[in-house]
Every structure is written in structure tokens, then in C-alpha cells.
Design a protein around this ligand. Sequence first.
Ligand code: FAD
Ligand code: NAP
Ligand code: FMN
Length: 1232
Amino acid sequence: MTSHPEPNSEQARMSEYDIIKAASEFIDQYFQHVHRMGSDAHEKRLAEVREMIEKTGTYSLTAPELNFGAKTAWRNSSRCVGRIQWSKLQVFDCRRVGNVKGMFDAICKHLQYATNKGNIRCAITIFPGRTAKNRDFRVWNSQLIGYAGYRQPDGSVIGDPKNVEFTKLCQQMGWSGNGGKFDLLPLVLQAKGLDPEYFEFPQHLALEVQLSHPKFDWFADLGLKWFALPSASSMMLEIGGLQFPACPFSYWYVGNDIGAKIICDPLRYTMLETIANKMGLDTDKESSLWRDFALLETNIAVLNSFEQNNVTITDHHTIAKSFLEHLESEYKTRGGCPADWAWIVPSLSNNITPVYQQEMINYQLKPNFMHQDDIVQSYKWKGKKTNRGYLGDGDALSKRYKATILYASEGGKGERYGRTICELYKHAFDTKLVSMEKYDVSEIEDEELLIIIASTFGNGQPPFSGEGFFQHLEDMVLLNSNVAETKESKRLTQSCEKYISLQKEQNSKPNGSRMSIETSSSNAGILGNIRYAVFGIGCSVYPLYCAFASAMDVLFHQLGGERLVAMATGDDMSGQEEAFQEWAANVFKTSCEEFCLNDGMNLDLAIANVLGTGEDVLFPERFRVSVATEQRETDICEAIEHLHGKKVYPCGFISRLNLQSESSTRQTILIQLDTQGAPELEYEPGDHVVVYPTNERTVVQRVLRRLDYVRSPDVVCRVETGKKSEKARLGNVKVWTPVSHLPLCSVRRAIEKYLDITTPPTPEFLRMLAAHATSPKDRERLLLLGKGGVDYDDWVFESQSNLGEVLESFPSLRVPSSFLLTHLPLLKPRYYTVSSSSKMYPNQIHLTVAVVKYRTRGGRGATHNGVCSSWLNQISQNDIVPLYIKKSNAFRLPEDVSKPIVMVGPGCGIAPFRGFWQQRQVDLQFSGTSRSERRRLGIGDMILVFGCRQSEEDYLYEPEIAEAKEDGTISNIFTAFSREPDQPKKHVQDMMKDNSRQMYRAIYRNDGHLYVCGDIIMANQVRQTIQWIVSHHGDMSEEKADEYISDMVDSGRYHEDIFGITLNVTSVLEKIRSEKRRARVLVLGDTPSPRRQQVSPRRSMTRTTSSPSLHMQDLRAKFTSSSPSPPLEGGVHKLRRRITATVLLEDGHDDDASDPEADQVDGTSSSPLSASHIRAPRGGFFGDSDSYTRAPYRSPSPSRGLYRSPSPSRDRGYYPDLRGRRSTAEGAKLIR
Ligand SMILES: Cc1cc2nc3c(=O)[nH]c(=O)nc-3n(C[C@H](O)[C@H](O)[C@H](O)COP(=O)(O)OP(=O)(O)OC[C@H]3O[C@@H](n4cnc5c(N)ncnc54)[C@H](O)[C@@H]3O)c2cc1C
Ligand SMILES: NC(=O)c1ccc[n+]([C@@H]2O[C@H](COP(=O)([O-])OP(=O)(O)OC[C@H]3O[C@@H](n4cnc5c(N)ncnc54)[C@H](OP(=O)(O)O)[C@@H]3O)[C@@H](O)[C@H]2O)c1
Ligand SMILES: Cc1cc2nc3c(=O)[nH]c(=O)nc-3n(C[C@H](O)[C@H](O)[C@H](O)COP(=O)(O)O)c2cc1C
């Protein structure tokens, strides 16, 4: 966001050169910080800023620049001892606020956010910058919260003497205090240079702590108290030559700021002698050190009271220690850190704090906070002083916290969950939903709350839409940690494998209190002020379950982000919907708590409405289908581009060949497509083709038969949404506007080409369908399935019902076509691995496609045909195939042709290897080259390991393979026949084991590359086989061999192209399902023991904030939904182990929340940072809480202002006298 530039008279007085210089320096700093120095974006921004200044005399900062500038200003504040927190500063950009009411509302939000019920957070609110001198925004209070000081006729003061002048002003403005010792002063606010207005301080926003002493009961009777949130509201923020005179900044107290500098200070509350007398000290004699004793006990009372009340505070020793840590880290990362010794060393016990002996250099860096004149004294009133502000309720701003829902999804589930959570967050936040692919990463630091929904693809890789984002975060971590590591290998593999164990490790750590986290500089990453939560969706059949979500969770943590709740996962195999709903409700509630938005908002109602967990049926919005005036439907490629945001190109059909024998009951086809010379469709072997299919005619017909439509399904129509218009003269009239995302087409075309009618409907969709059921029985059943629980899982697994079947099995459904057109998910594209070389077949793309056909209900039910493979199996010359090419970074022939390659691909997994051998044939023009000739040329072996059922039935490409062997392209072929009559069953991994010596030589000895393509379980077994081969022949332990394989992955020598679960789908799924079901029965069948009821709430991943104990329902959710389940093989064994562990746990064995095994079992592992367990932070801030306000108050002399000119030398010669005294440093211990 860029605010509008306005002329700046002050800056106009600065030479254009100076302002451009200041701006350019800052813009450079910013781009350096985001690691984009010298990039096009950097150059463009510099030019833009220069142009703005030349035109208007000033410029404006983007939101991320402001954010960075404010944090850096704090980082550069040489007098602040609490800077270790600088990156965690919450910046509220209020530059668009236009009046005092807006300022008041923003300050209320600031107070609420920063106070956070005592768990104090650092925050700054930035109001519009200086434009013309007399149009400033200012907060007249020196601190947002302060107590009045009433001067009495005898000269004494009731209340805080510091505020006597300000109190008088407030009274002149019409405010009347109660005349007490602790009356909250009103907020006096000024906008646009107009006379200020005062606003009664909202009492509920000032958290106050009554002071008591752990040993002296009488201390409480003194009636002392202090407020929890220190703030500085009179300083000015300067960023890149721009000035922000109103920028209240709040932090938390260091104990002696209150004890020594307020309660006992002779110019403030003057309680020292009273306390000494109460303690029975001898106040007649200085040498009794009564002052010191009383001071110390007062400080103890302050620390104790705050801690007892769970309000953040720190002591001067801890903050001094954390400052040294910060100093060290700053020297490492920035080569220095400006520090003003006199202000950093605490006034109490100064020489026994670690900062005392530390050499410091004081100099001034920009951006920074600057001192400004005391406006109370200098302001010339335009009108009468009486000026009471109109009281705001703060509601208007309740939605100003940004929440970004980021999703990475391949199949669309992540997007759907993202949309749901977005709806939920809209109740309280300013929410947007973005795909990772479309997310502008340069804005990430400006985020406040990120909710991440991520599926996993490949073998533990990000979905394609998450690749760039993943890479960016990894780069940020590397650059941030200054790790001299090449990123190229990561770029190639994109494997998230390592993050699974890192994520578990982090989860298994005990709940860190905020204190320990926030005083450590290692956590002060550049995303320090982002709160985040991750929901992973995946499938436990895959060995690297939810790996990408784990990567997101770990990377954000490494960059300093703060987890709102522990990562949760939803498993395709069981209870995904339930897991999502539980997590969504939990994370939403926690977010509202974190941002203090839970007062007066019915969160449960919002949750029930959005997640459909309430009893009410969700009624779809009102839509209608009307006949379009236009007769022509939108072109298909255009429509797809519009719907999916991807540019697709039409390919023509050339030919199709069934690669299986005629006697086979299955089909695998070679499809040849014509790219029509489109340069965008150029590819290399290993790339993927993304095809947008058409639904099967019979299924379309079944759906159309049950629909209402206008006239005929073939009429071109438009879908419109209706809203009531209250302005209409004839009363409430509906206004219909077209639904913009849908292309102009007939109902038939939409259902045939754009919408998904074969994936079993989601629970949400079933709930909405229920609203269209006319029979109570159908409605009830649909609502039950719509809950997304076990019944839904079983129903989907058993029936795999497509939409046609659903409509038929609920005969009372009356579904308008408008509902389907607006609520069905989009028909997703399918990936195919290119199966040709464009060098051999220019302008052609070949695909090897296994035609999917199966019967539901374990072979007893209806026959289902795969959408895309079946469509490709019947297209003809008249059809076009809309597609695009998805480049593969990893699955490429090695650049070094001398490296041997082993290609493993059973069934249609052979697809990419045909491209490989064709490419080699062309590249090396091998025809006729003998093996010895090839050796002489230094060309590595090409070994093919192929598997099929029978040599006579499905040996795909047998003649081509023989030819490639013949011409020397392929050096060896190992074929595994699994169902060859009278022969033992062999799979590809068996052939690798049988020929292990050769495999070892090629891969280990000669640094070869391994390529595996096809089914995930096969790929996992191949990996285990390779591990065995390396361990066996290399005489190394399994662990070492595993490390070797991981190195292969990291160095880009182990390549996988995973299609998903494609082999023996039914039996694999059945196996996993029955294991899951058994686990559930074991858990549910067990009688709840008292011990189980006592399971710590900390163990529940998604119930960390509210449930005091877990009940059966919770347990079921835990074990059926959110458990990250194991891979199949040795997954099945691991799964068994897990089940045993589950039973043991529930039988009442060790219930210790720190038990790592138990954490692994329920997958809910102690939530290290769940909001309810976050303790008040330690560490702290300004050595003197009043430091920004005190200096001008005490020391009006400009030479003693807040900041002194930069001095690169050690700054111990002269200490600014904070008490109006002056002392020389040498030998003198600073008296404060
Ligand atoms: C990166 C990548 C590359 C790929 N490359 C190729 C390739 O080169 N060649 C190739 O043939 N495929 C390839 N695939 C798979 C391809 O994308 C499609 O998934 C496949 O063709 C099936 O799509 P479809 O539309 O025909 O079937 P769909 O309509 O999508 O139906 C498939 C679904 O049906 C269900 N199903 C299938 N069999 C059964 C069963 N026996 N019992 C119960 N349910 C079942 C499963 O839920 C399955 O997901 C690749 C996939 C990926 C991710
Ligand atoms: N997305 C999808 O759903 C999808 C995509 C593509 C294909 N398909 C379907 O899947 C089927 C697969 O076609 P396909 O040609 O690729 O393969 P396939 O012909 O079913 O199998 C190829 C070979 O792989 C073997 N195999 C099975 N499990 C293995 C394992 N774990 N490790 C190693 N080898 C294993 C098979 O042996 P066995 O005799 O032991 O099975 C067979 O010898 C097709 O019939 C198609 O319907 C589905
Ligand atoms: C080709 C392919 C590879 C997959 N790889 C993994 C994996 O490594 N780990 C995992 O947990 N899930 C994996 N999955 C499962 C998906 O993550 C899961 O189906 C998820 O629900 C998809 O969500 P989406 O529709 O948002 O992409 C894979 C699915 C496919 C099709």
C-alpha cells in the first residue's frame, strides 16, 4: 500500500538533493534487507521515489518500507536496552487516519493489542507523516497512559508530579479528574494541525497492578499501584527523510523503572522514607543505608506484584544480559551497534550488571526516533481551549488487523479449506486468501497473521504452486543465518524430507515460555512479528506425510515467526474434514485472543455458521441462470485460462496406439499430440504436460437428467447473483449481476468441460445439497455425511460416488442448475510426464497413459472410468487438447554424460525414459556405436529397470527398447514380470536386488544418477532396496547408507517423478483404511479410565486454549483425524507400533506430556507456543521507561536532549546528566 504523497513544506525547505539522498539511502537499506539490492524492483523503486520527490517535494513509503523503517528506527535507538526485540515490533500503519476520532480508535486498539491481558507486546502506531508544519498529527501526552498530578495550594502535589502541567492543560480543556493519586489522564490528540481534543481514557484499557510485597504485608496497605504498559508518545519517527510526529510506541517495564524512578523518586511519588519507616530502618543516619534497603525492597515489591499478576516485566540484570546478547548478534550481522553507555547501564546496581564493563560506541543511524519540542508549552491555540473529543467505540477499527490465508494446493482441497477459513476470519480480521504462487513475497514482512494451508506433492515436495514460495523462505533462512551453502541442490530437489524430523523435534520441546524465546536473539528473525499457524493436508500412505506443511512450520519458526497453535494435519485416509474443522475453530479462537478481538464477539456462532458445525443447514446464496443475449460460447482455452489463471494452448490429436496386447483387459496408450508449433509448448524430457480434460458423456448425461435449466442444456446462458436493492422506488427489488468468474457457455459445456462431477462431493457440498432435499430421510442422511466424520469417510471410501450417482441415490433432491454451476469445484487438470524427445519429434508431444478403469465397492460396485485417461483414449482428429508444459527442474538427464544412469519405471512409469533414450539417440547419434566405442567416448551406461505383468501382455515399448539396446543407447535392461505363467513374481526392486552389484557400481562407485518414476509405494520400496544395496556392498551401516541416499537427493543425483498411488489402488487403500479403522476401534472401544480423562490439554493439538480435559470425542478426533500417520512400508509396521503405543497410552501408562513417543502417537504433541501456555515475556526495554519523555522534561537544554551527535569513539568521557547533574566518567561511577 502506498499512501498519497502530499507537499511537505519542511522538506521543501530541505534541498531536493538532501531529500533524495535520505530517501535513496533508506530505499537501499530496505532492498538490502529484503535481499533484492540491485534488482529491477530496487531500481524501479528508486526511480519512482526520485520522480515523486521531483514532482511534489516529498514521497510516501510503502507499507513494508514503513514497517521495516519503524523496526530499524528502534534497532538504531542507541539508548534503548531492550532492542533484542526490534524485529518483533508490531507496526500499525495508521497513515490514513484523518481526524482525532480515528486517532483515538487506533490508540484504543494499540492499547488493547499491546497490553494483551498482561502478556505485553511491543507495538508502534504510526499516524500520518508531517506535511505542512501546521498540519501535524500529535499525541500530546508524553505517555499513552499516565496519572494526573494535582498541584495543591501548599505547593504539594497529589498524584504524579511529572504530569502537573499536563493535568492543568487537561483541566483547562474541560476535563475534571477525581483529585486522586492515580487518576488516568485523558488522551489529548491533535490531527491536521488543528487544536487538540481530549478523550476520557477508557478505564478498561489500562491494566493496573496493585503493589504488594512478598514479605511485608503492610506494603499493600500503602495503596500503591502502577499501570502495566509503558509507552512513549511524544517522540518523532524519522524514516528516509520523512517525519512522523505522532507515533506512540509501547514496550514493557523494567522493574526499577517503577520502583526506583517513580515510587521512590523524590520528584515523583516520594515514597522512599515512608517505606523505610515502615521497615523500621534508621532514617536519621545515612550510614544505615536506609535508602538502599528501602529502594531494593520497593523494587522487589514491583517485580513480585507484576509477576503475581501475570504481567510482563523484567529486572535490570536480565535485560542487561539480553542486551549483551543483542550487541553480539548485531556485531555479527551488522558489524556494529550504536549504544549509549550512560543510558544502557541501569541506574540500580549498575556496576554489578554485565553491561557496566562493556565498551560501547554511540553514534546515530537513520531511521531513528527523534526528540521534538514539548507541544504543551509551544502550541499557539487557534480557538478556545475547551475541546472535548467525540467518544468513539473503537468498533470501526476492529477489522484492521490483517490476516492472510496462504494456500498451496494441487488438487484443490487446500484451496477449499483456505476459502472456508477465510470466511471464518472475515468475522474479525481484514482477510485475504492467496495462493502461494500468486503471493508477492516482498510483502511478507508486512504480515501480521499468516494462516497456511499446505498439501504435499511428489514425494514430500511442495505442490507446484508452492515451489517458489518454499524456495524463497529457504533462501531467507540461508541468507539470514549467513550459512555459506549452495542452494542449487535444494533448487533441484525441493525435498522437504528433513523438515519432518525438525518439525517433530520442535514440537517435542517443552512449552517454551515467551520469556525464554524473546530474550534470545536467535529467535529475533526477520519475520519476528508474524503470528502463523499451519494446517497440513496429506495422505498417510506417502512416506513423507505432510512434509511440505512441516517445512512451512519450521521455516516460519526459523525466521522468527510465532506459532499461534501447533501445526495440525488432516489425512486423506481418515478424518481430514474433522481435523480441519477442529483446527480451524481452534486457530480462529486463538487468533482472536492473540489480537484481543474476543470481547463481545460470538466466536462460537461464527464458527458454527462457517464450518457448518451448528445444527442449521447452510442455504446457498441466491443465483439464477438466464439466457445470454450472446450466442457464442467463450473459447475453451480462453475459458480455462480465465477459470484457472493459467495460459493453455490447444494441441491437435495425431494418433493413439494401445501398448498392451489385444488379449489384455487393460489399456496403456501412446498418445501423439500436435503442438501446432506453439513455442510455449517446447519441452525437454522429464517435463510434465498439464492436460485439461473433458468429462465422460454418460456421467454428464446422468447429471443433466436431474437438473432444471432454462429451455435446454445447450442454450448459452449466464449465471447471475441477486442482491436486494433498497434504493428501488417500488420497495425491495432484487438486482441481478453476472457471476464474473464463469465463462459464457451452456449448462452442458460447463458440466462437461469446466466442473468436477466425478470426485465424490465434499462434506460442505453435501450439507448444501441437503437444503435441496425434499424428503426428511434424504436430508438427514446428507446432513450426517455433511458432518465430514467417520460416516463420510466410510461412504466415500466404499462408494466413490460421483455426482450423478449422488443425485440418483437421493431421489428427493431438486437441484437448480444455478446451484451446481456456482458450487461445484472446477474440473482439475491432470499431469502426464512427457514421453518423447522434441529433438526426435519436433512439434509433437507423446504421452504414455494408463487408462484408468475400476469398479467401486472393492470390485463389486459400478464401473468408473478415469476422466482424463479415458477421454484421451477416445479423442479424435476433431478434438483439441488444452494443455501447458510444466517444466521440471529436477528430473533431467545429467549434464555430465559420463555419469551412468539407472532408470526404474514399472508400467506407465516408463513414460519419461522413452524421452530419455530418444534424446540420447539424437544427441549422441549413437546408431551402431558399440559398447566399447561408447566407453571410449566416455559416455555413461544407461540401465533400464522395467516391470510389467506378463511379457506377452503389457511389456510396453518392447520393440523400441530392443532397438535402443541394439543401437547401444541402452546398455542394460532388467525386466521384472510379476504375473508371468510358471515364474516367480518379480517386481522392479527384486530385479535391482538380483543385480545389485551392477547397481552398486553404477550408482555408488561411478557417482551415477537414479531415476524412479511412477507409484509412490514402489518408489519407497526402490529407495529401501538402494539403501540395502549401498549398505550391503559398501559395507556400511543402514544409517550411513540412508545418509548416503539423502546426500544423493540433496546433490541432485536421486530423481523421482511420483504419479501418486497408482498401483493396486484398491488393495493399498483398503489395507490402510482397515489399519486406521482398527486403531479407531481400539481407542473408542476402550472404557475411559480416570487417567485418560486427565490427559493434559497441552497434548491436544487443537484444543490448547479451552478444554480443561479431553473426552472421548477429543480422543476420537485425535486418533482418527489429526494424527500424522506413518508411511506404508515400513509404514505398516510403524503403524502397528503406533497403534500399540496408542493402546498403551490409553491404558494409563505414562501420561507425561513430555514423552516423545506419546507425542508422536497422537500427533498432537505438546503445543510449544499455544496461546494459553505462553507465559509473560521476560527481557525488557528502555532502561528508563520514561526515557523518551524524561529527558526533555528534566533537561530542557538542547545539548542534553535525547540524542547526541554521532561519535565513533568510545563514549565514556561525558555522561549526559539525567538528573540535572553532571559527572565526569573516568573513575566516577555514574550516580543516578
Ligand atoms: C507428476 C505426475 C505425472 C504423471 N504422469 C503420468 C503418466 O505419464 N502417465 C499416466 O498414465 N499417468 C500419469 N500420472 C497420473 C495422471 O495424472 C492421472 O492421475 C491419471 O491418468 C488418472 O487420471 P484420470 O482423470 O484418468 O482418472 P481420475 O478420474 O482422476 O480417477 C483417478 C482416481 O480414481 C480412483 N481410483 C483409481 N483406481 C481405483 C481403484 N482401483 N479403486 C478405487 N479407486 C480408484 C482414485 O481415487 C484415483 O485418484 C501422473 C501424475 C502425476 C502427479
Ligand atoms: N491416478 C490413477 O489412479 C492411475 C494412474 C495411472 C494408472 N492407474 C491405474 O493403475 C494401473 C497401473 O498401470 P500401470 O501400467 O502403471 O501399472 P501395472 O500394469 O498395474 O503394474 C506394473 C507392474 O508394477 C508392478 N507392481 C505393483 N506393485 C508394485 C510395487 N509396490 N513395487 C514395484 N512394482 C509393483 C505390477 O505387479 P503386480 O502384478 O504385483 O501388480 C506390475 O508388474 C492401471 O491399470 C490404471 O488403471 C491409475
Ligand atoms: C502425486 C501425488 C503425490 C503426493 N505426495 C504426497 C506426499 O509426499 N506426502 C503426503 O502427505 N501426501 C502426498 N500426496 C497426497 C496429497 O497431499 C493429498 O491428497 C492432499 O489432500 C491433496 O491436497 P490438495 O488437493 O490441496 O493438493 C500426494 C498426492 C499426489 C497426487
